[in-house]
Design a protein around this ligand. Sequence first.
Ligand code: BES
Ligand code: MN
Ligand code: ZN
Length: 500
Amino acid sequence: MDIRFQNLGPAQWKAAVMLAPVCEGESLPGQPELDVAAPWLAVAPALRDFKGKKDELALLHGHPDLAIPRVMAVGLGSREKVDASTLRKAVAAAVQRCHSLGLESILLPEPCLSRLPGGRERLVEECVYAARLALYSFTALKKPAEDEPPAPQWLAIGFDGEQVPDAAHAAARRGERTATAVARARDLANMPGNMLYPEIMAERAVELAREAGFTCTVLDTEDLAREGMHALLAVGQGSARPPRLIVLEYAPQGHEQEKPLILIGKGITFDSGGISIKPSSNMHQMKCDMSGAAAVLAAVTALAEEETPRRVIGLLACAENMPDGAAARPGDVVRAANGDTVEIVNTDAEGRLVLCDALVYAQKMWTPAAMIDVATLTGACMVALGTGLAGLFTDDDDLAERIVAAGGMGGEHYWRLPLWQEYADKLKSDIADICHAGPREGGAITAALFLKNFVRDGMRWAHLDIAGVDWNAKKTPLCPTGAAGFAARTLLELARGGVQ
Ligand code: BES
Ligand code: MN
Ligand code: ZN
């Protein structure tokens, strides 16, 4: 769906349908631009029943030959409670209704947005973002349903006869770009394990790097061995698909010497649990165990495309965790890239093993301004926070605040959990420098503490545990069931904000 502008004023607006956002208890006719664009609204009988409640949608018909033959009234609920999130959901639901009705074009009047709290540009951005994601579906592997109408061709923001301000253009472009990033992360994560494995992830990254203008280098098993990354290698050794560490580097002109923001994603393309095999119910969802890496790749791609003036490195730590004669056994000890020996007590705790080597590599190769890792790391995090909140672990209050703010812009919410040092005892091993997993209780915290073992003191570092939020079990206006693309937007907003 294209995003356009119509700036000749309401008398000239033209589209198959005009969306009219209305707060509860407020009247639809009486908004001056809408009255001009669709004068028949004043006598539309169906409007008498429209209350403007949240989730309420009503389609009203004028004469079919008019420039605006239809209006979709979009309820927002009470004005005091309207925010970006309300608007996103309402616009997404409306766009989905337009799609199912087969309407080919949509107009959204800017004056309606300007009358809402939140600032015009922000709301334009969120509307474009929501409209785009409302039409997202994972289509790569499925014939189109015969009875499904084509998606709307364009969404126009209608201005009241003024020159469209540059800021509104920029806001719309940002919304589009963000939606593309989230959709990319979803596409990658939705792809099944037989079709997307470390080498394919590397191919995709190389392709995106070429298109968007950043560099991508891929470390294969030999390179990984040379770097001493035996923790990462151990995770991949039971699979027919070899592991890869994929390095993305985006250094815009004039920022080549800047300390980079380093984003590290867990990229387990399928997590069977390995020899500590998982129960089979819902195991198929473990194709999404590379959601962290998908978010990082999508974010870096978007930053390069829009030429954000910030140096960013992305590391995708990719492996497939499978049981096999060559697989790592529970009880094995491997040497991680920092020289520490690690006792693997449960091969299903594989995420932290690929991440620890990536964390060491990041600090060896660069001087990071900050490091943020993103991982579908622990079932324990999902038990603690449910499926609506991601876990955030960091000792750095400023970084925590920035992450919460960046996530909040797009409805990705983080809840801070403790890096409670006393629990580090639970990672003591009798035979190695560190044991890689603690007991079930507090499992998200001990996992984070394991990672912290590989982070130098004083380093700005945060760990995002997105297990539980990466998979959308129930369709919403902004996301079908399957991969949510969680954290792609957080990382993107964070880098846009220029985190130092
Ligand atoms: N990928 C899983 C975590 C996960 C669980 C993500 C559910 C999304 C939904 C991870 O590799 C894992 O298996 N973690 C174990 C760790 C345990 C063995 C210490 C877990 O959480 O059970
Ligand atoms: Mn696992
Ligand atoms: Zn996993």
